[in-house]
Each structure stands twice: as C-alpha cells, then as structure tokens.
Ligand binder design. Structure first.
Ligand SMILES: Nc1ncnc2c1ncn2[C@@H]1O[C@H](COP(=O)(O)OP(=O)(O)OP(=O)(O)O)[C@@H](O)[C@H]1O
Ligand SMILES: [Mg+2]
Length: 354
C-alpha cells in the first residue's frame, strides 16, 4: 500500500510538478485513496477542475477502486498555514478507525461504542470516540459530561477527555434540547469537521458511533472516512437482522472490511428468579453472521446494570469491572484488535502528512 501512496504522489507530480505541494494529507486504505488538498478559496473553479483531474488520474492506479479528493481552505494565507501543517488534518495520526453500525436504530450501537472504547483502552491502547450521530448524539449522556470543548493553539477543537478516552460529539457543541434540523449534506459536513477540525492527536483506535440507517449520510461517511473496519450490532430478532444485513452490504460495497457482528440484548436473566428468557429471539445474529460469512464477535445480554450504568454516565466497563457484561466487552475488544491486526498485516492504512 505504501507503493500506491508513492505512485499516487509521482502521478500528481507528472500532472503538475506543483501538485504534491498542495497535499495536506494522503491516506490509502481498503483500495481507496483519500486525498486532502490545500485550496485557495478565491480560485475554487480552478481547484474543482484540479480535483476532477486528480480523481481521474489516480483512479487508474492498479488495485484502486475509488479516489476521494477533498478541498480544504483555511483563512490564513498559505504561507502561515505551513507552520501548523502537522495538525491540519485531525485524523492524520489516528492508526485505525472502526465504525460501530447497524441498519436499525436503538439496538445498542452507542452503548457498545463507549464500552468497546473503554475495553480497548484497558488493553493498553490510546482510544478516541466520535459520535457521528448528529441528530441524536448519545455520547455526552453516556459519559455524563456536557462541557464545551476548548480550542487548541492552532485553532482546532480539542476533544473532551473523559475516562481516558478522547471524545467528540455534536452534543458537546449545542444545547441538549435544541433540535437538529440539518439536511444530509450539512450532516456530512458536520461529521467531516468533527474528524478534520478536531485535534485527535496520536490515537491507536478511533471508534465511530454511527447513526442508525443505511441512507446517504451513512454511505457517504463509509466512502469518505478511511475506515479500517466496521462492527455490526444487531439484536437477535429478524427485523433488526434485515437492517443489519443492509449495513453489511453497504460497507462491503465501499470495501470497508466487516470485522464482525455483535449480538446485543441476546438473552435476559431475571435478577429475581434467575430464569433465562430470549426477549428478542435467540442467536439470530450468530446464525446470520455465519450466513453472511462474517465473524461473530460475541453477545451482550439484556441487563439492567448495563442500562443503569449508561444512564448514570459511567460505562459498565468502569462501574462494574467484574461483571459478566464487562468481561464480554473485553473479549470482544480482544477479537476486534486481533482482526484489525490481521487485516493491517495485509493492508495497512497509510497516512502521510506533507
Ligand atoms: N444490552 C443492553 N441491556 C440493557 N439495556 C441496553 C442494552 N443495550 C442497549 N441498552 C439500552 O437501550 C437503549 C438504546 O441503546 P443505544 O442508545 O446504545 O442504541 P443505538 O443503537 O445507539 O440507538 P440509536 O440508533 O438511536 O443511535 C438505551 O437506553 C440503552 O441503555
Ligand atoms: Mg446511538
């Protein structure tokens, strides 16, 4: 993959010896090239032409399925911008981006995202969590914090630090009760800004808590964000599984590897009589993972403790470390980590900053 990166830069040089100078960040992942170009916003027509020209040229590279060039303009002059280049692209020092998704709403993506983030951190990795759900942000509630993010010296937004995780959510930026009435493209812009204009710094893992559905917003994100893989969450019931399959297909279409499926709310053990019941069915996600030829990462039971810890703003991974659920999250985190390591041995996202 690093050959692809070198080849891409060579090709840009051939198109125009000055083009490599414009590169702010270049990422090669999952047969895609993501290129961010410094743009002079007074010459947007010219830069739009350059973008199309580069996309066409780089698409011809062997083994590359698509190329996404984004134009970034900054208020400072190009010269002064050079001084802050190291932080121009917020995710340039993030090694792995993992999205937690499901076609269906309310199946536990956010609950799993925060606990997975904590679990991976407990394995000794630096972790960030991006709440990509701008219509219904959950992360501030799940970590019991609504402080406003501060700005860095370079003018970027600093993520909120809580429980040893770097966090960003639109919920930290707008009041809790203000409705989000944005259209699709604005949502994409908001999420892009939370990736690019936030100083994520060096992270081993960035978990992205995806919004429900498989519409334009999710598809565009899966295309534009250099994801190392996706974790699909589903309850065992057919209705949720149908949507989970749509999610799997969406990620497959854009060549984001599916790391596996998690079955949430898999079983319920009555705290009084200890009887086990399968409120949303039994092992549906496990069976479907097999049908879809994706790994099954584990199951999380329907548990009052899990819901209560979430509502109290302290994830169960930190509140009840010895609980069965916490142990299950830790096992899932280990599997996710080893899947990522396996994948990256064959295909490593490669990020350079010019
Ligand atoms: N295993 C579980 N046991 C008990 N409660 C759970 C479990 N998983 C999730 N919940 C609860 O279910 C509700 C929905 O979970 P969550 O917000 O994580 O779902 P989501 O998929 O992120 O929803 P949305 O699609 O709206 O973003 C929350 O109240 C959460 O506390
Ligand atoms: Mg959610």
């Amino acid at each position: 993959m690093s050959d692809v990166k070198t080849l891409a830069i060579e090709k840009l040089k051939l198109l125009n010896p000055e083009y490599p100078e414009l590169i702010e960040a270049i990422v090669v992942a999952n047969k895609k090239i993501y290129l961010s170009l410094k743009t002079d916003k007074t010459k947007i027509d010219i830069f739009t032409r350059i973008k199309l020209q580069i996309e066409k040229e780089l698409s011809a590279i062997d083994g590359i399925d698509s190329v996404s060039v984004s134009l970034t303009s900054h208020s400072e002059s190009m010269q002064s911008k050079a001084d802050t280049r190291a932080v121009t692209s917020g995710i340039s020092e993030v090694r792995n981006i993992i999205s937690v998704a499901s076609g269906k709403g309310g199946v536990g993506k956010s609950t799993i995202s925060i606990n997975l983030a904590v679990a991976i951190n407990q394995l000794g990795f630096s972790v960030g969590l991006l709440d990509a759900d701008v219509y219904g942000p959950s992360i501030p509630k799940l970590v019991g914090d609504r402080q406003k993010p501060k700005k860095s010296k370079a003018g970027k937004i600093l993520p909120i630090q809580k429980y040893n995780i770097s966090l960003m959510s639109i919920g930290f930026l707008v009041p809790e009760d203000s409705p989000m009435i944005w259209r699709g493209p604005m949502v994409i812009t908001a999420v892009s800004q939370m990736l690019n204009d936030v100083e994520w710094g060096q992270l081993d893992y960035l978990i992205v808590d995806m919004p429900p559905g498989t519409g334009d917003v999710q598809l565009t994100m899966a295309q534009r964000v250099p994801m190392s893989g996706a974790v699909i969450v589903s309850t065992p019931q057919d209705l949720a599984l149908i949507d989970a399959i749509k999610g799997i297909e969406m990620f497959k279409k854009v060549n984001v590897p599916i790391l596996g499926m998690i079955e949430n709310m898999s079983t319920f053990i009555c705290p009084n009589c200890k009887n086990e019941s399968h409120i949303f069915g039994f092992e549906g996600a496990k069976v479907e993972a097999k049908n879809q030829n994706v790994d099954f990462l584990g199951d999380i039971p329907l548990e009052i403790d899990l819901r209560e810890c979430s509502d109290n703003g302290k994830p169960i991974m930190l509140s009840k470390t010895d609980s069965t659920v916490s142990k299950k999250f830790l096992e899932i985190a280990k599997l996710v980590k080893s899947k990522i390591e396996d994948n990256s041995n064959s295909e490593k996202p490669n990020i350079i900053i010019n």
